[in-house]
Design a binder for this molecule. Sequence first.
Ligand SMILES: CC(C)(COP(=O)(O)OP(=O)(O)OC[C@H]1O[C@@H](n2cnc3c(N)ncnc32)[C@H](O)[C@@H]1OP(=O)(O)O)[C@@H](O)C(=O)NCCC(=O)NCCS
Length: 194
Amino acid sequence: MAKLASLLDKMIVFERFGGGEARLIPLKKETISQVDLQSITEVCSQELVGYWVTHQYASGPDGSYMLQDAEKFVKHADAGWTNATTFVYLIRNADNDIVGAVDVQSPDPVDAPIGYWADTTGEHRGYMTNAVCSLCELAREAGYASLIAYVRPQNKNSVGVLERAGFENKGTAVNPKTLEKMLLFAKNLHKEDR
Ligand SMILES: CC(C)(COP(=O)(O)OP(=O)(O)OC[C@H]1O[C@@H](n2cnc3c(N)ncnc32)[C@H](O)[C@@H]1OP(=O)(O)O)[C@@H](O)C(=O)NCCC(=O)NCCS
């Protein structure tokens, strides 16, 4: 497992759709600053990100996502790399702003779930499809056979990311984490080689 973590522990440069460079960077305590924590808090507080993902981690009295929640997220990511259980990357744009995050949530090389969130404000869109494509390539090189994603059918932006990144819609399935019926998408990472 330590070998898997070291294979995944890379910075990947990719192109934003529409132009501009971006990077996937393993999220560890040592790779972020106090300003970064504030950026994570801001993005995770956005309405869409909260609605689809981060509300479950928000500890504010009114359900708001707090700096301490971002600190917990970083702690979780850092432990994931140390224990080789989950592999979280930040997406940074050419100005080094944090514009999203993406992760592989299991060391199991078959059907490992991925997740992601991104800055949903107009000026910072266009990163996620190419970030997920880069993640697929990195995972393939590290020895993963297939990745999956559970998504709610109403989450059109997320469905769009998966379709553009070459995931196949496998229909409705129960997400074992939440026991919720969702759409299951899967990508065989070696299909092109056959
Ligand atoms: C889901 C989420 C990450 C998608 O972000 P996004 O910025 O829409 O994703 P992309 O960067 O891939 O796409 C942005 C735009 O660029 C276009 N685009 C991006 N890459 C592209 C590519 N390679 N080819 C063609 N079009 C592309 C898309 O079509 C989209 O434009 P549109 O909405 O007008 O169709 C974002 O909405 C989000 O964080 N939502 C909340 C959290 C969430 O739902 N997470 C997933 C839970 S399953």
